[in-house]
Ligand binder design. Structure first.
Ligand code: GLC
Length: 466
């Protein structure tokens, strides 16, 4: 049982983080830590607010979410420029802030043109779509999504992400740092975290878009291919690992087994011992001769919640978490990715980034905001005991440590080296998880009807990944 005092304290914190624009609540700041350097934590981040929004929606406070959704439609890129080069039409901002001008308050978005390393947010539009759908579920206000400017916004996001480029995978090709992991971490290419978001967002678009049959057909087609690709090629368990271990390489033609030319030598030896006999997960990334064997929490858990994972795969992911508890949950949930990059791998892949040193921050640090996703995945699979245990592990310490942004060390025993205190999505992740576990019907905000996928997800051609 979570102490009611902690829950009350968390709500007080979240309320204090609310951002107002012309008198209306429109979002939450990323953090309210007076002792830390400012950077851009006083802004409202799209991905961070998504977690706050879920907490508010579950409590029946829908206005702030409606306002946020409306603000983002206004800010969505139509002609935003970076170094005189236009950001993709349809891009949603990574963050925005409210500034005083001669004419009163105005909203100033950041599409990555001021962000550290100038990373553009691939995920913002996806979170907006996921949130719009959750808002409609919670409030019953379908009319908002039907408004012409909202339909236009949905279409622009879909068009931006479905545009044909140079590659022929159904997965989305992205640069490094385009989402929650907004630094160089080897998550360029086809990272799982983005693919799960892409899939979930397309599922939302499929429900919300009306009338445009061409666009809807393109969405349905992509959903099916994406599910097929991820379920089949990203999946890792002992059986798959053994198959990869015995792969032949340099195969050419249609009916081959090792389609992506993965070299068995790239399997990390430690993984062979770490992979439990029961349990599995989706690999972190897959491209030509490249399989990233790291486990990423966000992509795997969102795959469970959105039904990108099959029911069987979802159970296996929860089995993995149960069996590798110390590594993936430890003393502070949840490990963002496992294992950490160390030594030369760290130097090459992160560009010697000291903030992402081994077992810190994005590189094997623990992020309590992810608790909501664990709770949702646990409800989805009937494994609520796992999420309850994680939430109870976290609750007292989160409050004592002032809702820290992240924790460091193999088991999350240390306070994150440069972590902000009073981080809004830490508070909101905790509150969303608590509400999801107390009332399973909240899952309706996040789960999707699998019917859309039926008939198209089964492999039709020969070959096979084994
Ligand atoms: C860090 C995180 C990013 C988050 C931001 C604000 O940059 O990597 O995911 O959105 O802080 O909390």
């Amino acid at each position: 049982m979570i102490d009611a005092k902690i829950i009350d304290a968390a709500w007080r914190e979240l309320k204090q983080s609310v951002v107002y624009f012309r008198g209306n609540p429109v979002g939450t700041v990323a953090a309210r830590d007076p002792s830390a350097a400012e950077l851009n934590y006083s802004q409202c981040f799209t991905r961070d607010f998504a977690v706050s929004a879920l907490a508010f929606l579950m409590r029946g406070e829908t206005d702030i979410v409606r306002n946020f959704l409306t603000v983002l439609v206004k800010l969505q890129s139509r002609e935003k420029q970076m170094n005189c080069f236009k950001a993709g039409r349809g891009l949603m901002p990574a963050s925005f802030t409210v500034q005083q001008s001669k004419n009163g308050e105005e909203l100033v978005p950041d599409f990555g043109e001021r962000a550290i390393a100038r990373v553009a947010p691939v995920d913002s539009g996806f979170w907006w779509l996921i949130l719009l759908r959750a808002y409609v579920q919670a409030s019953g206000d379908v009319d908002l999504a039907r408004k012409a400017e909202f339909q236009q916004a949905i279409k622009m996001i879909v068009e931006l992400s479905l545009v044909a480029r140079f590659d022929m995978y159904p997965t989305l090709l992205v640069p490094d740092g385009g989402y929650m992991i907004d630094r160089r971490m080897g998550v360029y290419g086809y990272p799982l975290d983005i693919q799960s978001l892409f899939f979930t967002a397309l599922s939302a678009a499929q429900e919300l878009l009306v009338g445009d049959e061409t666009c809807l057909a393109a969405v349905a087609d992509r959903l099916a291919h994406l599910a097929y690709h991820i379920r089949r090629y990203y999946w890792l368990d002992l059986r798959r690992l053994n198959a990869i271990y015995r792969y032949k390489v340099e195969e050419y033609g249609q009916n081959i087994v090792n389609e992506f030319n993965i070299y068995p030598e790239t399997i990390p030896p430690a993984l062979v011992d770490w992979m439990p006999s029961k349990g599995g997960y989706f690999a972190g990334n897959l491209g030509p001769a490249r399989m990233d064997f790291r486990y990423f929490a966000q992509g795997n858990l969102l795959a469970v919640v959105s039904s990108l994972a099959t029911a069987e795969q979802s159970q296996s992911i929860m089995d993995l978490i149960a069996q590798r508890w110390d590594d993936l949950i430890g003393q502070m949930p949840l490990k963002l990715c496992f294992p950490a990059l160390e030594g030369r791998d760290w130097a090459i892949v992160t560009g010697s980034d000291p903030k992402n040193s081994p077992w810190s921050y994005h590189n094997g640090g623990s992020w309590p905001f992810l608790l909501w996703l664990l709770a949702a995945a646990a409800q989805m699979t009937g494994r609520t005991e796992l999420a309850k245990r994680a939430l109870e592990t976290a609750a007292d310490r989160l409050m004592v440590e002032d809702w820290s942004e992240y924790f460091d060390g193999r088991e999350g025993r240390l306070l994150g080296k440069e972590a902000r205190r009073f981080q809004s999505w830490t508070v909101a992740g905790f509150l969303s998880a608590q509400q999801l576990l107390a009332n399973p019907t909240h899952l309706n905000l996040l789960r999707y009807d699998e019917k859309a996928l039926q008939g198209c997800i089964q492999p039709t051609e020969g070959g096979g990944g084994n």
